[in-house]
Write a protein that binds this ligand. Structure first.
Ligand code: UDP
Length: 385
C-alpha cells in the first residue's frame, strides 16, 4: 500500500461514523487512485489548453505556417514544381480563373476540391500548384522536396495539407452513400439531429466501430469485440477491395452503419486508414466520446484537436485500451465533458466556412512563396462552376 493510500484510509476512518460509510469511502478512494493518472492527464491538458477564436479559421492557421515553413527561406522555384508534376494534378490560377491539366486520377476528388477554390477565386492572385488526389502523401521532408498538396500526411512527409475533397464530394462510396460520403454541410445537420435524440444518458455504454479492414491496426478492437460483446461492438464491413472472409477476419462482413446511427453509442473509435480516415470529424458530431487511435496521420484540422481535452488518445499497440474502457465507464461525467468539448470544437471550428477560409489562407500564403511568374499553360482547360 502506498503512503498516499494509507493517508486516505486514515481520513476515511476519521470522517466516518459507521462501517457502511467506511466501506463506501474506501471504495471511492481506491477507485480514485486507480484512475488518478488519467484524471491528471485531463487536468493538465485542460490547464495547457488555450481555446481559439472563431474568426478567420484562426484555430488552424499554425498548420499552414508549419506546412509551408520548408519554403519560407528560399521560396518555391519553377524547377521544383516541374520535378514533381507526376505526383499530382497541376492547377493554375491566372487573372481569377482556374485552369487544370486534363489528367486527374479521381475526377470527383478534383471536383470536390475545385468547389472550394472556385468560391474564393476572386480573392486569389496568380499561382500554380500540384494537387495530389491519392490518399497517400507524395514527398519526404528529409529530402527537402518542392511542395505537393495532399489531404493527409505524417511528420515524415513534406506534403502541404489541404482540406479533403470529401468535405464536398468524392469521398469513399459505400452502400449507404453510393455517390461518396461528401457534403459535410448536410452530414453536420443530419448527425446533429440524431445526436439530439440520443443524449448522453440515453446512449448505449458500449465502444463502437464499423468500417472495413483498410489496416490491420483495427484487428485488436474487432477481436476484442468478439470476445467481449458486452463491452464493444466493432465489426468489419466490406470495401471495394474485399475478396474473401480473410478481409473481414474470418467472418461475414457486417452491414454498414450510417454516421448518425453511431450517435446511439457512448464511445466511438477512430483509426487511420490508408492515410487519415474521413470518419473522425463525423464522430465528434454525435457528442459521443471519441477514442482516437494513433497520432501519426493527420488532416489539416487534427492539430487543433487536443488529446484529453477533445478526445481520449489510444496508442496503436492498444496497450491500455481495455483499461481505458473501464475508465470511461467509471468516470462518466468527466468523460461526458470531453465528448461535449470535442463536439463544441468541431461544431464551431470545422464549419464549411472554416474549410473555405482554410483554402483561402493556404493559397494566399503559398502564392507569396512562388519565385516565378505563372504563365498560362495552353494545354490546360479552364475549370468552371
Ligand atoms: N463508413 C460508415 N459506415 C460503415 C462503414 C464505413 O459510415 O458502416 C464510413 C467511414 O466512417 C469512413 C468511410 O465510410 O468515413 C470509409 O470507411 P472504411 O472503414 O472503409 O475506410 P477508412 O477510410 O476509414 O480507412
Amino acid at each position: 500500500e502506498t503512503p498516499e493510500a494509507e493517508a486516505d484510509e486514515d481520513r476515511v476512518e476519521n470522517d466516518c461514523e459507521d462501517e457502511d460509510c467506511v466501506m463506501h469511502e474506501k471504495l471511492k478512494y481506491t477507485k480514485e487512485h486507480r484512475w488518478s493518472h488519467y484524471l491528471e492527464e485531463i487536468e493538465s491538458a485542460l490547464a495547457k489548453y488555450e481555446p481559439c477564436s472563431q474568426a478567420n479559421c484562426s484555430c488552424h492557421k499554425s498548420v499552414i505556417e508549419a506546412d509551408l515553413s520548408l519554403w519560407v527561406e528560399d521560396g518555391v522555384r519553377r524547377d521544383m514544381l516541374d520535378q514533381l508534376k507526376d505526383r499530382g494534378t497541376t492547377y493554375q490560377i491566372i487573372e481569377h480563373k482556374l485552369y487544370r491539366e486534363e489528367k486527374c486520377m479521381f475526377p470527383f476528388r478534383c471536383k470536390g476540391v475545385e468547389h472550394f477554390i472556385l468560391e474564393i477565386i476572386d480573392d486569389l492572385p496568380n499561382m500554380e500548384f500540384i494537387l495530389n488526389t491519392h490518399d497517400y502523401p507524395q514527398t519526404i521532408r528529409r529530402l527537402k522536396p518542392g511542395p505537393v498538396f495532399s489531404f493527409s500526411k505524417t511528420g515524415v512527409h513534406a506534403d502541404v495539407m489541404y482540406p479533403a475533397w470529401s468535405f464536398w464530394e468524392g469521398g469513399p462510396a459505400i452502400s449507404l452513400y453510393p455517390t461518396g460520403i461528401g457534403r459535410w454541410d448536410l452530414h453536420r445537420d443530419t448527425i446533429a439531429k440524431e445526436a439530439a435524440k440520443w443524449p448522453w444518458e440515453k446512449k448505449k455504454p458500449l465502444g463502437f466501430f464499423r468500417g472495413s479492414r483498410t489496416t490491420g491496426e483495427r484487428d485488436a478492437l474487432v477481436l476484442h469485440s468478439r470476445s467481449h460483446p458486452d463491452a464493444v461492438d466493432a465489426q468489419y464491413t466490406k470495401n471495394q477491395a474485399w475478396r474473401s472472409l480473410k478481409d473481414t477476419l474470418g467472418v461475414e462482413p457486417a452491414s454498414e452503419v450510417k454516421f448518425e446511427d453511431h450517435c446511439h453509442y457512448k464511445y466511438l473509435y477512430n483509426f487511420r486508414g490508408v492515410a487519415a480516415s474521413f470518419r473522425l470529424k463525423h464522430l465528434f458530431l454525435c457528442k459521443s466520446l471519441v477514442f482516437h487511435v494513433g497520432e501519426e496521420w493527420k488532416e489539416f484540422f487534427y492539430p487543433a484537436l487536443k488529446p484529453w481535452v477533445h478526445y481520449i488518445p489510444i496508442a496503436t499497440d492498444f496497450g491500455n485500451a481495455w483499461e481505458l474502457l473501464d475508465f470511461v465507464k467509471e468516470n462518466d461525467e468527466v468523460v461526458r465533458q470531453i465528448a461535449e468539448r470535442g463536439h463544441e470544437f468541431v461544431w464551431h471550428h470545422l464549419r464549411m466556412e472554416d474549410v473555405t477560409c482554410y483554402w483561402k489562407t493556404l493559397l494566399l500564403e503559398y502564392a507569396k512563396l512562388l519565385k516565378f511568374r505563372t504563365r498560362r499553360n495552353p494545354s490546360f482547360a479552364e475549370v468552371k462552376r
